[in-house]
Ligand binder design. Structure first.
Ligand SMILES: Nc1ncnc2c1ncn2[C@@H]1O[C@H](COP(=O)(O)OP(=O)(O)OP(=O)(O)O)[C@@H](O)[C@H]1O
Ligand SMILES: [Mg+2]
Length: 219
């Protein structure tokens, strides 16, 4: 079982968006995926409720406190975590994950919050890249903006890699409304977004994209 946690206590950084898209991606690939929603807002579970029955299945689980009871057949567990996590809860959450993905918005407030979170992660919780794989993702990035440059200056000072930058895209809203991942949207308008995901998917250890597999069939 692989345990991938999307986490950043800063609200609205894109945790649920990343978690649901990741779950959709692996499900398309035929992987048995459980999406664990640890947030009382239940964004990921409401995304799953909107998911059409004929799409690749994803197990949805709510786990706002304590250890989730995972389906034994699940191969990939994707955790969507809440904002504003208490110190003790953060420790318990981190213990569940083998891989940590931190989405960060390029804004001064988000960069400051991310820097505090990374301090908590590395120094207070003593997470090291030997115990867990950790990656940063710039989300809703405008590559030429001053804020994005400030974000990359900040990430350059860290030992955690910035794996990719995702643009602000309507495709995330369109797919979310329908309970789909961007990988399941038809048309060519989504290709830029899929390309931006590729470094993350490669980093997570898959080489073949389900989107490429489906290109000649379902799309
Ligand atoms: N790359 C993107 N392009 C466009 N919209 C995005 C993108 N990423 C996230 N969003 C939108 O931004 C909003 C916040 O994203 P999301 O809910 O994923 O953040 P979150 O970190 O889970 O928030 P919370 O801390 O409240 O749980 C949502 O409306 C989502 O659709
Ligand atoms: Mg969320």
């Amino acid at each position: 079982m692989r345990h991938i946690m999307v986490i950043n206590p800063k609200g609205g950084s894109g945790k649920s968006t990343l978690a649901s898209n990741l779950a959709g991606y692996y499900a398309c690939f035929g992987v048995k995926v459980a999406l664990v929603d640890m947030d009382q807002q239940k964004t990921s579970l409401s995304w799953l409720r909107a998911r059409p029955a004929d799409r690749a299945a994803i197990f949805g689980l709510a786990a706002t406190s304590g250890q989730p009871i995972l389906p034994s057949e699940a191969e990939y567990i994707i955790y969507d975590t809440p904002a504003a996590i208490e110190t003790q809860a953060l420790r318990e959450y981190l213990a569940l994950a083998d891989t940590i993905i931190i989405p960060v918005l390029p804004s001064p407030i988000d960069i400051r919050a991310a820097s505090f979170f990374i301090y908590q992660l590395l120094l207070k919780n003593r997470i090291t890249s030997e115990d867990k794989r950790i990656a940063l993702i710039a989300n809703r990035a405008k590559l030429r903006s001053v804020a994005y440059k400030a974000l990359t200056r900040f990430t350059d000072t860290l030992k955690i890699p910035l794996i990719t930058s995702l643009r602000d895209s309507r495709n995330y809203l369109l797919s979310a409304q329908q309970g789909l991942s961007i990988f399941e949207l038809p048309g060519t308008g989504v290709l830029v977004d899929i390309e931006q995901w590729q470094p993350l998917l490669d980093w997570l250890g898959k080489t073949e994209s389900p989107w490429q597999t489906q290109q000649g069939t379902q799309r």
